[in-house]
Design a protein around this ligand. Structure first.
Ligand SMILES: C[C@H](O)[C@@H](O)[C@@H](O)[C@H](O)C(=O)O
Ligand SMILES: [Mg+2]
Length: 447
């Protein structure tokens, strides 16, 4: 690797007006404008590292501001220096002596750290000429564990456990890679069942998705009981009972209500119930799992590796939904992948939000090649929006992600899209009457 110094960090508030068509809507997030707090690491070698964290509309402003502060930690530093000890970098960015008070390792600051670290991983992989999954799969077990902060998780996963899992993961790796080259990585679609879609639209989208080869479908629930069941039966009528249906309540209920509603929804034979209650309620998830008899999934709002550790220790989840931006990038997700493998829980990443599909494919491919080494009960989420804005968008074939080949972490957005959707000066927002930053437009959802 020849020397590369980060000379400047550009930060962009990027917002897509997806809420206009109810795309991305759920029982809690009724008007999501899929957005990204986006950063570009400019270097003296001409290479650029692009990173983002997924946000919704107004929230982007806060994360952009946090990235501006956090990125001072990498300006002027060389890539070699940063990647020599990736855990030190993680600790440095998450451990700022005054910003840490705002987390620690959660919330706006953590989202900002994620965007910056995602950009570093992108730059690192580009400088090595490899996609991130290959960069990781080519590392030795010792190199992987050096990216991880074991401080708060070693009671559940020791360095030795991780080395053992990763050493085992080297066996048969080339066969697994050949399998992914041939077949791709299995996926599911959420595009058929957003909360704001009409019955007719759900019907039509299910038919279309079936014709494209999808076998796993997710439906948003958390509305009135009879509406959830009616919509669920519409999906079942279209997809039949052999294909898989998942339901997602996006944290809508308290624990007891979640148990009751999950039992009712059991008549749809859901493959999992996602986010039935507060994402912070570990014991609540364990109880819902016990008392509903339905497989429980969560993780898209799980702050950090410590919470995943406890969800696993408490036997609260059947499906571990890592998120490429909620926790601090690849570093923290490596810890979560290894813990999930140790506890025998399949990882099915949360995706869909802008850039998330592009990111998580790398993490799942690495999981299959080097950690869990299994595809059983594993699917990556897919949503068919906004991919046209990416330089190297995901490729899907018959419900599978095809192996990404371009060097980097795949979330680089085209310059024209950065210009058009930047907020508030991009053409899309200038032409719009929506003033998405005004306080009197803040919507509060009442239970
Ligand atoms: C606001 C977002 O679209 C969420 O509804 C979405 O991430 C969702 O929870 C999902 O699982 O895809
Ligand atoms: Mg969800």
């Amino acid at each position: 690797m020849h020397s590369t110094t980060i000379t400047q960090v550009r930060v962009i508030d990027l917002r897509f007006p997806t809420s206009r068509d109810h795309i991305g809507s759920d029982a809690v997030n009724v008007d999501p404008d899929y957005s990204a707090a986006y950063c570009i690491l400019e270097t003296d070698s001409g290479l650029e590292g692009h990173g983002l964290t997924f946000t919704l509309g107004r929230g982007t402003d806060l994360v952009v501001s946090a990235i501006q502060h956090i990125s001072t930690g990498i300006r002027g530093r060389t890539l070699e220096e940063l990647t020599r000890d990736l855990n030190a970098l993680y600790l440095n960015l998450t451990g700022d002596t005054q910003f840490r008070w705002l987390g620690p390792e959660k919330g706006v600051i953590h989202l900002a750290v994620s965007a910056v670290l995602n950009a570093v991983w992108d730059l690192y992989a580009k400088s090595e000429g490899k996609p991130v999954w290959a960069l990781l799969a080519d590392m030795t077990p010792a190199e992987i564990v050096r990216c991880i902060d074991f401080r708060y998780i070693s009671d559940a996963l020791s360095v030795e456990d991780a080395i053992e899992l990763l050493t085992r993961g080297k066996l048969g790796q080339s066969e697994r890679l050949a399998q992914l080259e041939r077949e791709g990585y299995p996926a599911y679609t959420t595009s058929v069942g957003w909360f704001g879609f009409s019955d007719d639209k759900i019907r039509t989208l299910c038919q279309q998705a079936l014709s494209e080869g999808w076998t796993h479908f997710k439906l948003k629930v958390g509305g009135a009981e009879q509406d959830d069941l009616r919509r669920g039966h519409i999906v079942r009528e279209q997809i039949g009972w052999t294909n898989k249906l998942m339901v997602d309540a996006n944290q809508r209920w308290g624990v007891e209500e979640a148990i009751r509603r999950t039992r009712l929804l059991a008549e749809l034979n859901p493959w999992w119930m996602e986010e039935p209650t507060s994402p912070d309620d570990i014991l609540g998830h364990a109880r819902i799992r016990q008392e509903s008899g339905v497989r429980i999934a969560t993780g898209e709002h799980c702050h950090n590796a410590v919470m995943f550790k406890q969800l696993l220790q408490a036997e609260a989840i059947d499906v571990c939904q890592i998120d490429s931006c909620r926790v601090a990038s690849v570093n923290e997700n490596l810890a979560i992948l290894l813990m999930a493998a140790k506890f025998g829980v399949p990882v099915c990443p949360h995706a869909g939000g802008v850039g998330l599909c592009e990111y998580v494919q790398h993490l799942s491919v690495f999981d299959f090649l080097s950690v869990s080494c299994s595809l059983e009960n594993r699917v990556i989420e897919y949503v068919d929006h906004l991919h046209e804005h990416f330089v190297a968008p995901v490729a899907i074939r018959r419900g599978h992600y095809l192996l990404p080949k371009a060097p980097g972490y795949s979330a680089q957005i085209l310059p024209a899209s950065l210009a058009e959707f930047s907020f508030p000066y991009g053409q899309t927002w200038q032409a719009s009457s929506e003033q998405n930053g005004k306080v009197d437009e803040v919507h509060i959802i009442h239970a």
